[in-house]
Design a protein around this ligand. Structure first.
Ligand code: PEP
Length: 248
């Protein structure tokens, strides 16, 4: 069975001491246990150098929270995919709903960033998901289909991208989609991907679920068909909780 990917999105949280404590706690657990899941952390950009240094040569992967679509240039405050790769990141989040909302990023931006990530040798974790209003009006599958189609770059293959389905109304709210809701969307995305790549992507292209995942609901959510891992926000800030999500 393919290994699940459990990625912890720290968002704009953390400090030098927080990072060394949390990563230290994860690394000692990874050294002492064999796990059926792969773990990754997504620290803020300013902590990436420290975290990639700590994680170098270990089983812990490091994820940038965003990248620019260009290789370099006059883009104050942004980080290129090349620099993330150079620092030692393996993945980068693209299209997180907080980027879409706070920075007005649309599918075309997400596609361009994901393309830059792949060209730099990173795996983009492309985030998609409907708002509460879109779910209530019955548009979830339509929205998700459009996001998948418009966010996947031409360079994408079934092995160089990851998708994260994160219903926006479930992010940081404590509300979680029911296993039936998650199954419906993940199975739908799997069908879309199989058609897009003209092959059975099962097990190769990971589809993560995100939205208030915590130790108490992780087993149920990770047990849903076509859920290949989790993107975890709040619960990834406590090493015991984050570890408990991936190791059951
Ligand atoms: C996220 O940041 O992608 C996320 C899913 O956050 P939370 O787990 O806090 O809902």
């Amino acid at each position: 069975m393919a290994r699940k990917l459990i990625a912890g999105n720290w968002k704009m949280n953390g400090s030098l001491s927080f990072a060394s404590e949390l990563v230290g706690g994860l690394l000692s657990r990874l050294e002492q246990n064999s796990t059926a899941a792969d773990f990754a952390v997504c620290p803020p950009a300013a902590l990436l150098g420290q975290v990639t240094g700590l994680a170098k040569g270990t089983a812990l992967a490091v994820v940038g929270q965003d990248c620019h679509a260009n290789i370099s240039g006059a883009h104050t405050g942004d980080t290129s995919a090349e620099l993330l790769k150079d620092l030692g990141c393996q993945y980068v989040l693209t299209g997180h709903s907080e980027r879409r909302t706070d920075h007005g990023e649309g599918n075309a931006d997400v596609q361009a960033k994901s393309s830059a990530a792949i060209k730099a040798g990173l795996i983009p974790i492309i985030c998609i998901g409907e708002t509460e209003g879109q779910r209530v009006s019955g548009d979830t599958l339509k929205v998700v289909e459009q996001q998948v189609r418009e966010s996947l770059p031409v360079e994408a293959t079934s092995t160089n991208v990851v998708l994260a389905y994160e219903p926006v109304w479930a992010i940081g709210t404590g509300k979680t989609a029911t296993p039936d809701d998650v199954a419906e969307v993940h199975n739908f995305i799997r069908g879309l991907l199989d058609r897009h790549f003209d092959e059975a992507t099962d097990g190769k292209l990971k589809i993560l679920y995100g939205g208030s995942v915590k130790p108490s609901n992780a087993a149920e959510l990770l047990g849903v068909s076509n859920v290949d891992g989790a993107l975890v926000g709040g619960a990834s800030l406590k090493v015991e909780d984050f570890w408990a999500i991936g190791v059951r």
